[in-house]
Design a protein around this ligand. Structure first.
Ligand SMILES: [Zn+2]
Length: 144
């Protein structure tokens, strides 16, 4: 009279092995100013998304391996944002990744990247000292 019970693990989906996976990333609680940068980025792009869906990671060092070479920051589908330790307080790098989350895909269509939201190395004009210090002719790490 016992009903056979089958485990439901058959339904477990194995994530694709090719998923981007940096080395040594640590999940972090986003600092309060990330919310301010989120709001600014929503405003410039006229797009909205749920801040609390994002999983934030800091990767040790000033850059990390990524599909385009070395990255200071990277957005990954599935609401994940990776920031190199050395850039975690940099408005350009963080907001660049936020804008990817808002548009929901990689690549840099203009708009919103460009005049609306100048969130690339080439377009950033906010005068952040950290970015201004980067020589234009020595290309910094990518922001994907
Ligand atoms: Zn990008």
């Amino acid at each position: 009279m016992l009903r056979a019970r089958f485990p439901t693990t058959m339904a477990v989906v194995v994530l694709a092995a090719c998923a981007f996976e940096p080395v040594g990333e640590q999940p972090i609680e986003p600092p309060a100013f990330y919310r301010e940068w989120w709001a600014k980025t929503e405003a410039c792009s006229s797009r909205q998304a749920d801040f609390d869906l994002v999983e934030w990671y800091v990767v040790p060092g000033d850059s990390f391996d990524c599909p385009s070479g070395r990255c200071a920051g990277r957005w990954d589908s599935g609401h994940k944002i990776y920031i190199a330790e050395g850039w975690k307080n940099n408005e350009l790098v963080v907001r660049h990744e936020i804008l990817h989350e808002l548009i929901g895909h990689p690549g840099h269509p203009d708009p919103p990247f460009g005049d609306e939201c100048p969130l690339t190395w080439e377009t950033w004009t906010a005068g952040s000292a950290a970015v201004a210090a980067v020589p234009r002719d020595s290309s910094p790490a990518h922001i994907d």
